[in-house]
Design a binder for this molecule. Structure first.
Ligand code: S6P
Ligand code: ZN
Length: 191
């Protein structure tokens, strides 16, 4: 560290859409063909262009993933859309170091944060600009866009948390968020 130096942080945040600018920033997008398996209605998934972007994530990892004691910051943008009557959503994950917690907060748009514990109980919290969400350890989390514009959500998590996608890929969540009579409803599918 340079003693007495005054400088700007290398990364800044657009407070309107939470896009990140500067270096180093990573960008990841998920298109329908890569995540089609998370949706219930596979016939409906086939009727949507496979290159359709479902969500993208910008992240600032100030320290390498896996470093104990550090923090990571990200902005997730889930596009508006549905596969059948299921909303566009993220893959969802537990953390690999599964006791690691995370904060989410709503920036733009409207959606749901779907949360499932290790006993496979699933509930959801409404996401809207200003909503703040504490995701405890051992809780799988997934975002769904229930509105007609982009859902933008900020996140901060421990840099050693990691992502365990396997458990969700194999067993899924125990409830699905479907649009029924124009409203989002959690439908039980506990095995
Ligand atoms: C990381 C954090 C988010 C998600 C992002 C995409 O711990 O929870 O940055 O990675 O919302 O979701 P997923 O389930 O595809 O990683
Ligand atoms: Zn996470």
């Amino acid at each position: 560290m340079k003693h007495l130096k005054i400088q700007r942080s290398p990364v800044e945040l657009d407070l309107k859409d939470f896009s990140l600018k500067g270096e180093p920033i990573t960008y990841q997008h998920r298109i329908l063909k890569d995540i089609a398996s998370v949706f219930l209605d596979q016939e409906a998934a086939k009727s949507i262009p496979p290159e359709t972007i479902v969500y993208h994530v910008q992240s600032w990892l100030p320290v390498d993933e896996g470093t104990p004691g550090g923090l990571s910051f990200g902005t997730s943008t889930i596009l508006s859309g549905q596969v059948g009557n299921e909303y566009f959503m993220t893959k969802g994950h537990f953390h690999s170091l599964s006791d690691r917690a995370e904060f989410y907060w709503g920036v733009q748009g409207k959606g749901m944060l779907i949360l499932m514990d290790r006993e496979r109980n699933t509930r959801a919290e409404e996401v809207y600009p200003g909503s703040l969400h504490y995701i405890g350890g051992e809780i799988a989390h997934r975002l769904a866009n229930t509105g007609s514009e982009n859902l933008v959500v900020g996140a901060c998590w421990p840099s050693d948390a990691g992502h365990d996608y396997e458990e969700i890929a194999v067993n899924g969540f125990s409830a699905r968020l479907l649009e029924i009579d124009g409203n989002p409803v959690l439908i039980d599918c506990k095995k």
